[in-house]
Design a protein around this ligand. Structure first.
Ligand code: ANZ
Ligand code: ZN
Length: 813
């Protein structure tokens, strides 16, 4: 069947949308794959899920776009190229072909005519356009900044690529390095990214929204300036701190500056400098997460300086520590040990004073070691005394403001997006550096800035700058503005830039005029259903949302959110654990497909659990799926009526099962309970088989109706079996385009019958029950019936005989 149908679908463009406006359009998108090797079990699950949605919507009468492409720039290709003395394109496009072949076999109902690859010049030409749109509108800029640096891979790492202070890829300890880097100003959009999430509520998984909120990390508080006193040899400073608790100002008994903030080095006195520098060196390799871990022993050095608490006027010491981060808030804090646990831990470690300013029932924190964080009444706080926390916050901000020492402010955890990479296999940054004109955009008619195709192997090895820097013919160009000698930017873009807009490209993938054509974009976007793994909950989705908002604000898009609905499929595990080489519990997709067939594997994936849940391959049975499919397929051979026969004369009981299955399945599909649809389909197969083997027989039109419904339902997950059944049932291809039959409401009403309950042979109660009630259900109804309970009284029930749907007989003693 795979051989018979697979190529036909592609050749005849069965899954290419008509795109003529006659049907309402729907856009369903699976997160596109990275071409590392062949498809694996995880892909098999994700793409089976997305395909249920696409196929369901086609049956429901929509014009469905379900495109496919590859996220094909990135490091693994480059590393393979260095190993194999090749150009990265060789590895990349070979893997893409392998995956494309597997995709076709896997029968994902994709529109192959829209296929794209982010490493194609036709695509990255527009990634470069996108970069320039941001650049021209002040949203892409360069700054010199310390970056995470992997000495082995010789590359900059994003914070997320640093795991416990080590490089995510090679495990080498990460250090800091100062480089001039390109950033996208995502922080300008922090409020919009947060506020527009209201629109996604109920449509995206709650945990994804929570992760995004947390990542953006909006916190409202105040900037308050503390005066650092001059010493005989050092000048005075005004140092702002960021605090979310200005109500606790009177409890600030010391200040802490981030040890790696330039301010710390400036403040430190000559006597303290040696200790300070040794300490700073010792914390260099730590990640932000480690630095802030609450269970870590607090460390720090006294800078030898004192500050004045702006409200109490008290003189307090100034320390440096690693638990304060240099790039959050202002990089300096007022420490309130009585009411902040980390400050308390630090105060206790360094023997600094603790002053309670919020009276509660709690124990004294300097005794208990536990900071008082609840609400209470302000004490030891001059004019704030007697107020509650909620009253004191605005009051304190007012007092500080009146004195000209600070104001309310909002702080974000979100940082600007570092987009430049010193690597080869990415979209070149389309900027030319000129000594006279500065940063000059490559003119539109000179895009794309193509990657040179004559670099390979060792020439691509990282040397602390981009390998492109060594390609002098490529680097040296005339300045587009003054024609003087100039050089190309040699960095390439983070691959997250490529994937931040690909969903826009699919509506007009071959456009040479636009990144995305206005008309096609209006017709197809935003994406109605996005499907992908929760590992992309933060970065990819945040960047996509950001780029959509930028394009919206520049007038290129009419919508602000790219993905209306989001489904995160679970993982495929084996024996309760993620599959991995080191555990040796990997399952090879190709082998499974060879052994059980595509349809059985797809069915197994969908049937195993609700889409969001993990699937444990040790708990499923592809062999049973295969048997079920064969059983379903055989129904077609037992239908002896002709296609188009009048089904209304068919057996009512079977018709009722068919129509209830179709009806329930629609609701289940709309609410994403794909696994239950399979369970219902199995029941329908059983009912149909029973009818064929009973007096109803295969000639009854109801049997044809049921078998056709089975084919339709199976086409959601088992396209080969379904298409073949459809042909055996005497129809023209293709079952994928057949509309759902209208459900006959009159067949949904369950007929009811009267059941009698006898006790010791005497009728004691009558129950109205559905004609198809199960034995268990009837038994439960009888035993819970009040009349029955009364009649049984204190007697002991020793036997219950159930004959569904008409009789329950109790024997009592
Ligand atoms: C005084 C205070 C008293 C604070 C109190 C908290 C409780 P979020 O909510 O995460 O924004 N802080 C400010 N800048 C910091 C930095 N660069 N590194 C580490 N900590 C920093 O946290 C804001 C609070 O975290 C601020 O409010 C500050 O401590 C600390 F009872 O100020 B608070
Ligand atoms: Zn110039």
């Amino acid at each position: 069947m795979e051989a018979r149908w697979g190529q036909t679908w592609v050749d005849q463009g069965v899954f290419v949308p008509a795109d003529n406006g006659l049907k309402e359009r729907r856009y369903v998108l699976d997160m596109f794959p990275y071409p590392s090797g062949d498809l694996h079990m995880g892909h098999a699950e994700a793409y089976a899920m997305g395909d249920v949605v696409a196929r369901h919507w086609r049956h429901a009468g929509y014009d469905v776009m379900h495109p496919i492409g590859w996220d094909s720039f990135g490091l693994p290709a480059e590393n393979a190229a260095i190993r194999n003395n090749q150009h990265p394109a060789a590895w990349t496009y070979k893997n893409i072909e392998t995956q494309a072949h597997s995709f076709q076999r896997y029968a994902v109902s994709s529109d192959w005519t829209r296929r794209l690859q982010t490493s194609d010049p036709e695509y990255y030409r527009w990634t470069q356009w996108l970069f320039l749109e941001l650049f021209k509108n002040g949203l892409a800029y360069r700054k010199n900044s310390p970056v995470n640096w992997c000495p082995k891979d010789q590359t900059v790492l994003a914070n997320e690529q640093v795991i416990n202070g080590r490089c995510e890829r090679c495990g080498t300890e990460v250090t800091k390095k100062s480089l001039n880097q390109w950033y996208f100003k995502i922080t300008d959009f922090a409020d919009r990214l947060l506020d527009d999430m209201d629109e996604l509520e109920g449509h995206w998984p709650e945990r994804v929204l929570a992760m995004q909120r947390n990542w953006i990390g909006r916190s409202r508080g105040a900037h308050v300036r503390f005066g650092i006193e001059a010493t005989p040899t050092q000048r005075a400073h005004d140092v702002p701190v960021f605090t979310t608790r200005p109500d606790t100002l009177y409890g600030a008994t010391f200040m802490v500056v981030a040890v790696d903030a330039p301010l710390a080095a400036e403040l430190v006195t000559e006597e303290a400098r040696a200790d300070f520098e040794a300490y700073r060196e010792s914390v260099k390799a730590l990640s932000d997460i480690e630095r802030q871990a609450t269970d870590r022993e607090k460390t720090g050095v006294y800078l030898g300086r004192t500050a004045i608490n702006p409200l109490s006027g008290e003189t307090i010491p100034v320390w440096a520590s690693d638990y304060v981060l240099a790039d959050y808030g202002t990089g300096a804090i007022m420490a309130v040990p009585a009411h902040d646990q980390r400050d308390l831990d630090f105060a206790r470690a360094m023997d600094l004073p603790v002053r309670v300013v919020l009276q509660t029932e709690d124990e004294d924190p300097s005794v208990s070691g536990v900071a008082v964080v609840g609400d209470g009444v302000l004490v030891n706080s001059g004019p704030l005394n007697g107020l509650s926390k909620a009253q004191a916050v605005p009051q304190a901000i007012g007092v500080v403001g009146d004195k000209g020492l600070g104001q309310a402010t909002t702080n974000y955890r979100l940082r600007d997006w570092l987009v430049s990479r010193q690597r080869f296999w990415g979209a070149p940054i389309p900027i030319i550096h000129c000594a006279d004109c500065g940063e000059v955009a490559v003119p539109d008619d000179q895009l794309p800035v193509r990657l040179p195709d004559d670099l390979k192997g060792e020439q691509l090895a990282p040397k602390g700058k981009s390998p492109l820097a060594a390609a002098s013919e490529w680097v040296n160009v005339a300045c587009p503005q003054c024609s003087g000698p100039a050089t190309r930017d040699t960095d390439t873009m983070d691959t997250f830039v490529d994937s931040s807009w690909y969903y826009l490209r699919f509506a007009s993938p071959r456009s040479t005029e636009h990144a995305f054509e206005p008309e096609a974009t209006k017709n197809w976007l935003p994406v109605d259903q996005y499907v992908g793994g929760v590992e992309h909950a933060i970065l990819h989705l945040l960047y996509s949302r950001f780029i959509t908002k930028v394009m919206h604000s520049l007038g290129h898009l009419t919508f602000k959110e790219p993905f209306k609905e989001l489904l995160n499929q679970g993982q495929v595990l084996n024996q309760g654990k993620a599959m991995s080489k080191s555990l040796g519990n990997g399952v090879n997709l190709g082998e499974q497909l060879d052994k059980f067939g595509v349809d059985a594997i797809r069915l197994t994936m969908i049937f195993a659990s609700p889409p969001e849940d993990d699937v444990d391959w040790a708990d499923v049975s592809p062999g049973a799926s295969q048997k079920f499919l064969a059983r379903a397929w055989r129904l077609a051979g037992d239908v002896t009526s002709a296609p188009g026969v009048d089904v209304t004369t068919g057996d009512r009981a079977l018709r009722s099962v068919t129509h209830r299955t179709l009806h329930d399945s629609l609701n289940l599909l709309d609410s994403g309970k794909f696994n239950v649809v399979i369970a219902k389909s199995m029941e329908l197969v059983n009912a149909t088989r029973k009818s064929i083997d009973s007096s109803v027989g295969g000639a009854d039109p109801a049997v044809r109706e049921a078998a056709e419904a089975v084919a339709l339902l199976l086409s959601l997950v088992a396209p080969y079996t379904a298409e073949d059944m459809w042909a055996r049932l005497g129809h023209e291809p293709f079952v994928a385009n057949v509309p759902w039959p209208a459900v006959d409401e009159t067949l949904l009403v369950q007929e009811s019958v009267t059941a009698v309950v006898q006790i010791k042979g005497k009728v004691r109660a009558k129950l109205e029950v559905p004609a198809d009630i199960s034995e268990e259900e009837l038994r439960r109804m009888a035993l819970e019936n009040e009349q029955v309970k009364r009649s049984v009284g204190d007697a002991e029930i020793i036997k219950v005989i159930v004959r569904a749907p008409k009789l329950v007989s109790l024997v009592t003693k």
